[in-house]
Design a protein around this ligand. Structure first.
Ligand code: ACM
Length: 271
């Protein structure tokens, strides 16, 4: 078995709404010099979250092909030899997606476009238009989800069945259930997850949203490896052995994958 120990973690902070370059500087300052393999940032880490309308989003979203933010993040990855997973307001033609980007020092390795838009997001974002997928980085399999995807067990299951060892999960959580639910997502799929949530609030024309922090790393038995506070900025990195995600047995005779009976799961996949 190859060595599957990796240093993974998150940076929990409070992006300032609309201040893309200030948020970028903050991330670069916080992460430069950090020894890690994969660092996860919150959903919409550079624009902020609570858009007034589509026009406001159009003005702040970026096409990764021409984005100075993306270029700076790629450079940050290159100089520090780590991977980043970040939330990103992604412009693509006349569409705008609430995306998660998996980046290394050469560019984007995977773009995931949020499938399950939350609350007013569907008024200004386009819904994700690509299947969930996993990316191999140095022998470990990475799946991406964004925030409210946690409430759809099919998302994590799809990634798990594709071989994900680790789900990276940029978030801007406002409801109190996700962090506990992600322990179950990890247990039922026998994998790790890093949920990077933001702190602080967005006070905007539509109202004020308070974000719940408590970014966390969870492991295959549903173990909580680390959870940050609800209010404090936090950079947390730890070593996990992703080989643990390759063993789906929960007793010598019980296995989370081979015990499945999908032919009886009516109404999944429209059957
Ligand atoms: C969320 O999906 N940002 C709650």
């Amino acid at each position: 078995m190859p060595n599957l120990s990796r240093k993974v973690g998150f940076y929990q902070f409070a992006p300032e709404f609309g201040a893309v370059s200030a948020n970028l500087s903050r991330v670069v300052t916080a992460l430069n010099g950090v020894d890690a393999d994969i660092i996860v940032l919150p959903e919409l880490a550079f624009t902020g979250y609570y858009f007034q309308d589509r026009n406001e989003l159009v003005a702040l979203a970026e096409d990764p092909a021409t984005s100075p933010t993306l270029s700076a993040l790629v450079q940050l990855c290159r100089e520090n030899s780590f991977h980043l997973v970040t939330g990103f307001a992604e412009k693509s033609g006349d569409k705008i997606f609430n995306s998660a980007l998996l980046i290394n020092g050469e560019g984007i390795l995977q773009t995931y476009r949020k499938l399950h838009l939350f609350n007013s997001e569907s008024e200004y974002f386009d819904p994700g238009d690509r299947p969930l997928q996993v990316s191999d980085i140095g022998g470990i399999q990475i799946g991406l989800m964004v925030c409210y995807d946690w409430a759809f067990p099919e998302a994590a299951r799809s990634l798990a069945l594709q071989g994900a060892d680790l789900i990276c999960h940029p978030s801007n959580l406002v409801l109190p259930w996700c962090q506990q639910a992600m322990l179950t997502r990890c247990m039922e799929n026998g994998l790790f997850a890093v949920t990077a949530n933001r702190i602080g609030s967005d006070s905007r024309p539509r109202g004020t949203l308070n974000f719940t922090g408590q970014s966390q790393i969870a492991g295959p038995t549903g173990a909580l490896i680390h959870r940050s506070s609800t209010t404090e900025e936090a950079l947390f990195i730890t070593t996990i052995n992703l080989a643990q995600a390759r063993d789906k047995s929960i007793t010598p005779l019980s296995d989370l994958f081979s015990d499945r009976r999908p032919e009886f799961y009516l109404r999944l996949n429209n059957n």
